[in-house]
Design a protein around this ligand. Structure first.
Ligand code: T46
Length: 128
């Protein structure tokens, strides 16, 4: 989990800042949002060959599952300003969304379907 820089301005609220190479370990090339989720929704369920990502929950919460071919990890991600780093070659899925869950994902590159590994047996073969 990575923390954003937080500046509390008293009655004027709070600023949270994501700087590439400070809070975010890569140069951000794309940001996408995931919303309108249901309790039973599942997203992800794939790995990336090269893409690095950080998922921030802006509202609500969700469960992130990660698998590197050997170990499984389950993280409860909530809207507290911390982001979940998803490195390349990690099988990941998002589920257990709360009501009105809103997710922002910062990515190290533009969308490229060729970077996706969507077949689990191919992922297992590549991570053996
Ligand atoms: C990831 C998880 C956490 C685009 O055309 N451009 C984009 O930037 C994105 C993100 C998606 N798409 C298209 C590709 C598919 O035709 O939107 C469709 C749904 O994408 P996908 O099935 O990959 O959606 P998720 O939510 O399962 O995965 C997304 C990201 O694609 C992925 O990189 O790690 O969120």
């Amino acid at each position: 989990m990575l923390e954003l820089t937080t500046i509390k301005d008293g009655k004027d609220g709070t600023l949270q800042i994501a700087d590439s190479f400070r809070n975010i370990p890569f140069s951000i090339k794309r940001v996408y949002f995931i919303k309108d989720l249901k309790k039973e929704s599942i997203r992800g369920v794939h790995a990336h060959k090269k893409l690095e990502q950080i998922a921030f929950c802006l509202k609500g919460s969700f469960v992130l599952r990660l698998y590197n071919g050997k170990r499984r990890l389950k993280r409860f991600v909530k809207a507290d300003g911390s982001g979940a780093y998803i490195p390349p070659m990690i099988w990941h899925s998002m589920e257990g969304f709360s009501r009105n869950c809103l997710i922002a994902v910062f990515a190290s590159d533009v969308y490229d379907e060729c970077d996706y590994i969507r077949d689990f047996s191919e992922f297992r073969r590549l991570t053996k």
